[in-house]
Design a binder for this molecule. Structure first.
Ligand code: ATP
Ligand code: MG
Length: 429
């Protein structure tokens, strides 16, 4: 007989089944051993009855501890008391690996659980997050494909920075200075001159100096760049992407979202068009709410939270002051104080999920801006060449995958949106 998954067994509902997985819970008496079996799909209660099996089999079943690996066969029957509504009465049982006493027990501190992360990633909650994350990634890939984008592979080791020096991880590259990439953007910009529409999913590294529940030092960055695309086209593209992710997840991860305590309807209602305000309007709204922030200052978490309270969908905030944004963002011809950029803020206070802009195309303006920012022009020589040989209007964005997963899965911390979180205090396991 072939193995089927626990979910397939639950759907089958009766008859003989052949299952394998890990012991999720166990409880034993003199006559019974109850084993809740876990596999990638679900959990199911199994019962081994001493009187019904051989002494050797009983001895094995009785000795299992949590997380032992087992294979078993038995007959399914409905049982309303069992955790997923069915029970398997076991007639054959093989202990593939008898686990040692599992080091994770109830009521462990967050730090203890992070020390045991390599084991804790099997927990039902985290397993569910990985499934949702896989669907988020699938939705993104599908969306780019429908838009005719090419997936490309930019470098991780770089000689130039993109988002400013203070959060760069420095590496010794055979005695020369190099850095871990904070964004693939500059390289994606280079690639539009060959493929026009490109995207990449790469780890980005940021030496974030403070501990927050939305910053990792290594995160998965989804970036896209498109030649000939103007600012309105960019906003349109992002709205389509967020809609595609949410519709896909609401459709394919209903059970997962429920298990995580997220009503799938919260996600299903996320459809374009989305609310959109300018930075200047945002400042006015904040003043109305009694928050004292001068025009020109970047929005911090508290200001972002105050803004998104007015909406139940992601919020597009456009036109930030140029002083607080990167050198490559295009000046707004209608308002010289601001650039044609756009940040997307997730609802419910989950923070920024996308940063984006139309890019500056003029080499002289770029040089001027780099000088103003105190950057060495020679570090950007190759990038400036892109504006010397066939410069065209173009736009692009960066989306933090774990930020999106945290929001969709309603997680307290971004750490649980990645299997092995890297933060200011942690680079292991
Ligand atoms: P924040 O203000 O929240 O630090 P940022 O302005 O530094 O974000 P960008 O440089 O625009 O962010 O990066 C693009 C996207 O990458 C962000 O919108 C966010 O979704 C994600 N992101 C940025 N920094 C981190 C981080 N440290 N951990 C996880 N995701 C991040
Ligand atoms: Mg940042």
């Amino acid at each position: 007989m072939e193995f089927i998954t626990v979910q397939e067994a639950i759907e089958k509902g009766k008859g003989k089944v052949h299952l394998r997985g890990w012991v999720y819970r166990e409880r034993k008496s003199n006559a019974f051993a109850f084993i809740v079996l876990r596999d990638r799909t679900s959990i199911i209660q199994c019962v081994v009855k001493k009187e019904k099996v051989s002494p050797k089999l009983w001895e094995q079943a009785e000795s299992v501890l949590i997380e032992s690996a087992v294979e078993l066969s038995g007959t399914l029957k409905e049982d309303k008391r069992a955790p997923t509504g069915f029970e398997v009465e076991v007639d054959d049982f093989k202990l593939v690996h008898k686990a040692e006493r599992f080091p994770i027990t109830k009521d462990q501190s967050t730090e203890d659980l992070l020390d045991k992360r390599h084991l804790w990633i099997r927990s039902r909650e985290l397993t569910t997050v990985w499934k949702v994350k896989a669907e988020v990634l699938k939705a993104c890939r599908d969306y780019f494909a429908t838009k005719g984008y090419f997936e490309v592979t930019p470098p991780i080791i770089t000689g130039s920075s993109c988002e400013g020096g203070s959060t760069l991880f420095h590496i010794d590259y055979f005695g020369e200075d190099a850095f871990l990439s904070q964004s693939a953007q500059l390289y994606l910009e280079a690639m539009i001159f060959s493929l026009e529409k490109v995207w990449a999913l790469t780890p980005s590294f940021r030496a974030e100096p403070s501990k927050t529940n939305r910053h990792l030092t290594e995160y998965w960055h989804l970036e896209g760049e498109e030649a000939w695309m103007d600012f309105e086209g960019l906003v349109e593209f992002e709205q389509g992407l967020i809609t595609a992710i949410c519709q896909h997840v609401a459709k394919h991860c209903r059970e997962e979202l429920k298990l995580l305590g997220r009503d799938y309807r919260d996600i299903e209602k996320i459809k374009a068009p989305f609310p959109r305000i300018t930075y200047t309007e945002a400042i006015k709204m904040l003043h109305k709410d009694g928050i004292d922030i001068p025009w020109g200052k970047d929005l911090r978490t508290i200001e972002e939270e105050a803004l998104v309270k007015h909406y139940d969908k992601p919020l597009w905030v456009t036109g930030y002051p140029k002083e607080i944004k990167a050198f490559y963002m295009k000046d707004d011809p209608d308002d010289p104080r601001v650039v044609k950029c756009c940040d997307v803020l997730a609802p419910e206070g989950f923070g920024e999920i996308i940063g984006s802009s139309e890019r500056e195309t003029d080499v002289n303006i770029l040089i001027e801006k780099l000088k103003k920012a105190g950057e060495k022009i020679e570090h950007y020589d190759w990038y400036l060449d892109l504006r010397r040989y066939g410069s065209v209007p173009h736009s692009g964005f960066g989306l933090g995958i774990e930020r999106v997963v945290r929001w969709i899965c309603k997680l307290d911390s971004i750490r649980d949106a990645i299997p092995f979180p890297r933060t200011i205090k942690r680079s292991t396991p």
